[in-house]
Structures are given as C-alpha cells and as structure tokens.
Write a protein that binds this ligand. Structure first.
Ligand code: CLF
Ligand code: SF4
Length: 293
C-alpha cells in the first residue's frame, strides 16, 4: 500500500550515498557506463570524456552492453556488499540511450530486486520517457538545470538535437529548458526524488542560480547540487577558470534557505564504484577503451 511504499522509498533514500549526507560513508554506488550517446552539446563538455553534468572531466570509461553491465554488477556485489545504488551517469546522457538503460535496469532488477536505481540526465528527453522511468521503478533522478533563460542557455549550450532536428542558440536552449522544467515537475508529482545539478559558471550563470533553485523547489525538487565548473580540455570553456569552492559554498549557503543542499558530491566518473570518497572502479575495469566522439 501507499504508506509502506513511501516508507520503503524513505529508507532507500537514507541509504543513497548522494541523496543522504549521512549515507555516503556507509553505502556505495555503482555506475554502469551504458550510455555513450548524447543529444545536446554543452560548452563545458568534451565528448571524449564523461558527461560533465554529473562527472569530472578528464577521465574515460569503457562502455558496457546491458548484459555486460549485469555481469559486472554481480561481480561487484560479491566484493562490495554495501552497494545500495546502481546509477547511470553517462558517459553521455542516460535518456539519449534509454533502450539500453531500461534494459540494464530490468536485467539487474531481476537478479537484485532490492537495488535502488538512479539516473542522471540533461532532461531533454524527459517529456518522452518520464512515464517509463516511473514505471520501471526508478525513484531517484538527477536533472542538470543550468539556467531558466534562453539568453543564458545560448552561452552554455552549443546545440540541442531533438526529434531529428538540431537547434542552436536561444532556440535550442529554450527547448531544452522547457523540457527540463516540465520533466522535473512531472517526476516530482509522481513521487520521484528529483536532484538538480547546477554547474556554476562564473560570469555566465552564477548570479542566476538562486532563481533556478527557487524555481525547481516550486516544481517539487528534493535537493540541489551546485557544482563547480571544471574546465574540460578541448571544450569551449577550456580557458575558463575553475569555480572556487569558496564561491560554491557561499552559493550553497544562500540557497540552503530555499532547499537542502548536497555538499559531498565528488563529481565522479561514469564507471565509478564504491563509496563516494573511495573509487574502486579500476579493480573492476575489463579494458581501457576511450569513449568515442
Ligand atoms: Fe550516480 Fe548521480 Fe545517482 Fe549519485 S553520482 S547518478 S546521484 S548514484 Fe553523486 Fe557522483 Fe556527485 Fe553524481 S557524487 S557526481 S551527485
Ligand atoms: Fe556532455 Fe553531458 Fe552535456 Fe551531453 S549532457 S554534452 S555528455 S556534459
């Protein structure tokens, strides 16, 4: 019934290392790198690297098929018992690879029904897939929302490819922002715990972040994660400076008045495994392949 469902969700969230500050020293997550493609082009991204929306630039991952991801999960689970969460965080966008992501979730769920699944997305495909996300049992979704205004978005997103058409500038940004906000609202209404990642870019969206936070709170978001820009080599923003943790923490302190803040994010890899502060992915890597462009 509804009460016990919400109790289970609460318990799962308390054991989710990203959603609960108290959980990250005790519970581990495993990212399965099953999502190589992306449908937008962020100026802070170099596609050779993992999705910067959720991960630190400068590291590559292998790509796994859903079957291989399940096999790897079983191997990991045998060695690391406290893995409570399987997350999909790239190296591209989880929803630009939805058929493979959906299949991976189903395969792992079949062997481990107690596992919590977690997705990270730029949100472009949420209008198409939010319903399926919910019906597949996912209750933890991260959407990266860097701005509410197309004018700001035009400085952050080079292009947005949606339903076979590629849009640039404010047109692309407007489409992306609209889909993100509609998706966040829908998911939150369905009881999904939505985390909003915000990449803080000095001189571009930093002054605008409190407005983003207020807006996503109004739409039902659960927590926000304000992250520093880490300029990726080869990206449009490669010459920008990294946002200082002093600036990040000041912004978090301000936004804390509106919604709880994640403060322990490690901007981890798309194939990260283990506690947030102790990545064990190298122990489980089968080959070292570079992600295609
Ligand atoms: Fe992975 Fe992201 Fe789920 Fe966590 S990571 S998909 S919510 S299970 Fe966590 Fe890593 Fe920060 Fe992401 S520390 S980059 S917030
Ligand atoms: Fe890169 Fe992620 Fe942006 Fe796609 S959504 S362009 S993978 S940072």
């Amino acid at each position: 019934d509804e009460n016990s469902n919400s109790e289970i969700l609460q318990q799962k969230t308390q054991q989710h290392p990203c959603y609960s500050a108290g959980a990250h020293r005790r519970y581990a997550r495993m990212h399965i790198p099953v999502a190589p493609a992306c449908n937008i082009s962020c100026n802070y991204c170099n596609r050779k690297f993992d999705c910067v929306n959720e991960s630190r630039p400068g590291v590559t991952s292998e790509i796994l098929s859903p079957e291989a991801a399940k096999e790897k999960f079983l191997m990991v689970k045998e060695k690391i018992e406290n893995v409570t969460v399987v997350g999909i965080a790239g190296p591209g966008d989880a929803l630009a690879n939805w058929p493979a992501v959906r299949k991976s979730i189903a395969l792992i769920k079949a062997v481990s029904p107690e596992t919590t699944f977690c997705l990270s997305t730029n949100g472009l495909m949420l209008p198409e897939y939010a319903e399926e996300i919910v019906s597949s049992g996912v209750r933890h979704v991260t959407v990266t929302v860097n701005c509410l205004e197309p004018e700001i978005g035009a400085k952050i997103y080079k292009s947005v490819t949606y339903q076979g058409e590629t849009y640039s500038g404010e047109t692309g940004a407007r489409l992306l922002i609209g889909n993100q906000l509609a998706g966040v609202e829908y998911l939150a209404k369905q009881g999904v715990l939505v985390k909003i990642n915000i990449v803080m870019i000095k001189g571009i969206n930093d002054q605008h972040i409190p407005l983003i936070v207020k807006k996503v709170k109004e739409l039902g978001a659960f927590i926000t994660n304000i992250m520093p820009l880490i300029p990726a080599p080869g990206s449009v923003f490669e010459t920008y400076s990294q946002t200082s943790m002093k600036d990040i923490n000041e912004m978090r302190n301000l936004c804390q008045l509106d919604i709880q803040q994640m403060r322990h994010c490690q901007q981890c890899r798309a194939d990260a495994i283990g506690l947030l502060k102790e990545d064990r992915s190298t122990e489980f890597r089968t080959c070292q392949s570079e992600v295609g462009s």
